[in-house]
Write a protein that binds this ligand. Structure first.
Ligand SMILES: C[S@@+](CC[C@H](N)C(=O)[O-])C[C@H]1O[C@@H](n2cnc3c(N)ncnc32)[C@H](O)[C@@H]1O
Length: 215
């Protein structure tokens, strides 16, 4: 794992530097996620864990009908940024500030839960996946995306260069450190099964794993 101190400065720098990547990253993930759910259903309760600036939350929300949005993060700075980002796109969010090992949300309450680019930063991914299970409704769907230790580093090296050109060296270096600390996607699939999900799929997607699970 790799630990970052999510200070106000790092949160703001992450937000501003990652923004140009939304169309290549968060938008594409949102499209993949929304394909797996009944997006015409109104009022789906959607939680994004470790939402950061809320970029995935907003991109998914744009593809849903009147979603009810919940943003979780361990950093209050990030939650405030996510709230502003959502507002700029016409969405209200409910904010939840806690460590992802103990999410302050009721059992069986969410229709959709996403968690992107968090697990490489935590000591106990198993605990987080069991928290995701706990807050998800029966029949609810979960999507986990993160750097895959199994992936070829060629794609990640290309992206590192792309990030350096489009953002800056610090963000590119953090990207590379985070990639190098990615978990094995197959192990994450097993952890997800062990948490109790009824159906779990693992899709290799470039340098990321994409775990799809149903409670
Ligand atoms: C790399 S950013 C990813 C943000 C967003 N999911 C995305 O893909 O753009 C990681 C986020 O995880 C949060 N985070 C890191 N460790 C955490 C923990 N133990 N509990 C809750 N949030 C955490 C950070 O505050 C940060 O917002």
């Amino acid at each position: 794992m790799i630990e970052y101190e999510w200070t106000q400065e790092l949160c703001e720098s992450y937000t501003n530097n990652i923004r140009p990547m939304i169309k290549h990253d968060h938008f594409n993930w949102a499209a993949k996620i929304v394909k797996q759910i009944n997006s015409s259903q109104e009022n789906l309760k959607y939680l994004d864990i470790a939402t950061g600036p809320g970029f995935l939350l907003v991109e998914v929300a744009k593809m849903l009908e009147k979603p009810v949005l919940f943003a979780h993060d361990g950093s209050k700075f990030m939650l405030n940024i996510a709230e502003k980002e959502a507002k700029n796109s016409g969405f209200e969010i409910q904010k939840f500030h806690s460590d992802a090992e103990k999410i302050n949300i009721e059992n069986n309450s969410m229709d959709i839960v996403t968690c992107k680019q968090l697990l490489h930063e935590v000591k106990s991914p198993e605990k987080i996946i069991s928290e995701i299970y706990r807050v998800c409704k029966p029949d609810g769907k979960v999507f986990i995306v993160d750097f895959d230790k199994n992936s070829s580093s060629i794609g990640a090296k290309l992206i590192k260069t792309f990030v350096k050109v489009n953002t800056n060296k610090q963000i590119a270096d953090n990207f590379w450190k985070s990639y190098k600390n990615g978990l094995d996607g197959k192990k994450v699939k097993q952890m997800t099964k062990d948490a109790g999900f009824s159906k779990v799929f693992y899709i290799k997607s470039g340098y990321n794993y994409f775990i799809l699970a149903k409670k």
